[in-house]
Design a protein around this ligand. Structure first.
Ligand SMILES: *Cc1c(COP(=O)(O)O)cnc(C)c1O
Length: 388
């Protein structure tokens, strides 16, 4: 017989009380509010959904929703279970389900909890048709495929979708699209041409929801007027949708980091010329070097593919990682930082005692975007709300 109790098998359970390992994700929700105010400026008179999918990009959906209360016009996320949990936490604002429903059984709960689904394909229309007339949502979004080729009706099929919804008694309709290239030099021109054509032909007089963070910042023509809704996500968390592109960093955009991933040095090493460091010995010292060992590894969510040279800050000084990231640790160069002894504070990203490092800069070195860093912070990392 196993001696393990059911509780011991609950993999989501986290130990209670103080944690001695120094790694923390500190959350500054006043920065989230600051960034929401920036979104409001970019939105002009338009409304905006705060996108809080994926547990608010790893920041905690309940805390994020509460911090943004009154500062956004509604919340957008994926799963109806999470939306219903927000309702149970007292959220009254509109909620948009970005992929709509996945099966007809979900529809009654959407109506009961006043959730607005995105309808992106014919199968969802038929699920709506199968629901009884009194059990259909009053409002839906219709998603147009304007070139992303992921979800949405083809431009030529949007009119039929709109008419089908009218037959089903659903009249509060918003035309939605999602831009594939708003964060690149390709921009939104081609997608906007398609959207304008479909809007004029099939959705005349109805509100629209077009802009993600990149479009909202760079293409004011996508935000619309007072009846329209933008959908910013990453900018709320202080990441730039443009990464570290010249003059479009989070700092340039006057966005503040919400999450700070911070730790401490738990050991130091001295390398002689020719000594190698870490798994695979991918870093080899050319001079006598001092190395700091940081309590943070890929099992914490730090990207394993971050190469030697990824920015990190120790004791207030910006430096770089060295060698391969291991499961529980990574190494950094402290040769020229005399204050960097065991116990010295380290900032992996964000703004902390260890210094300031843009998540976008870490992401760029690791060949990814700050979205993935925030979403990947592992459950074993304690989240500490520093400011609400
Ligand atoms: C995730 C998402 C957004 C937010 O995108 P950001 O780039 O984070 O601003 C907006 N719209 C849809 C449909 C999304 O899935």
């Amino acid at each position: 017989m196993s001696a393990l109790s059911a509780a011991a098998l609950d993999f989501s359970a986290q130990p209670k009380g103080a944690r001695a390992r120094p790694l923390r994700a500190r959350l500054d929700f006043s920065a989230l509010r600051h960034n929401a105010a920036r979104a409001r400026e970019w939105a002009g008179g338009a409304k905006f959904w705060a996108v809080i999918k994926a547990n608010a990009y790893g920041h905690g959906q309940f805390e994020a929703a509460q911090a943004l209360s009154g500062l956004c016009d509604g919340y957008a996320l994926l799963e109806s279970e999470n939306a219903i949990a927000l309702r149970a936490h007292g959220v009254r604002a509109p909620i948009l389900l970005l992929e709509g429903f996945f099966c007809p059984e979900e529809i009654p709960a959407l109506v009961q909890h006043d959730l607005t689904p995105v309808i992106h394909n014919a199968a969802q229309l038929e699920m709506l048709a199968s629901a009884s007339a009194s059990a259909r949502p009053a409002a839906v979004y219709v998603k147009l495929n304007s070139g992303m080729n992921r979800l949405g009706f083809a431009p030529e099929n949007c009119g039929a979708a709109r008419r089908r919804l009218a037959e089903l008694g659903i009249r509060e309709i918003t035309l939605m699209t999602h831009f594939a290239e708003a964060d690149t030099d390709l921009g939104v021109a081609a997608a906007m041409d398609i959207t304008r054509r479909v809007a004029a032909r099939d959705f005349s007089g109805l509100p629209q929801s077009l802009a993600n963070s990149a479009a909202l910042i760079r293409y004011p023509e996508t935000r619309g007027g007072t009846r329209d809704w933008a959908r910013p996500g990453i900018l709320l968390y202080g990441g730039s949708p443009f990464g570290v592109a010249p003059s479009a960093t989070a700092e340039d955009l006057r966005l503040r980091p919400v999450m700070t991933l911070e730790s401490r040095l738990i050991a130091t090493q001295t390398l002689r010329p020719g000594d190698r460091l870490g798994y695979g010995g991918t870093f080899c010292a050319r001079r006598e070097s001092k190395v700091g060992i940081v309590a943070c590894g890929y099992a914490d969510g730090y990207p394993r593919h971050a190469p030697t040279g990824t920015p990190i800050a120790v004791a207030g000084v910006r430096t770089q990682t060295l060698g391969r990231v291991s499961m529980d640790m990574l190494a950094c160069d402290i040769t020229d930082i005399p204050e960097a002894r065991e116990g010295a504070p380290v900032t992996l990203w964000g703004k902390g005692e260890g210094g300031q490092i843009a998540a976008d800069a870490v992401a760029a070195r690791a060949g990814t975007v700050s979205y993935t860093l925030f979403c990947a912070v592992a459950p074993r990392v304690p989240r500490v709300i520093e400011r609400f």
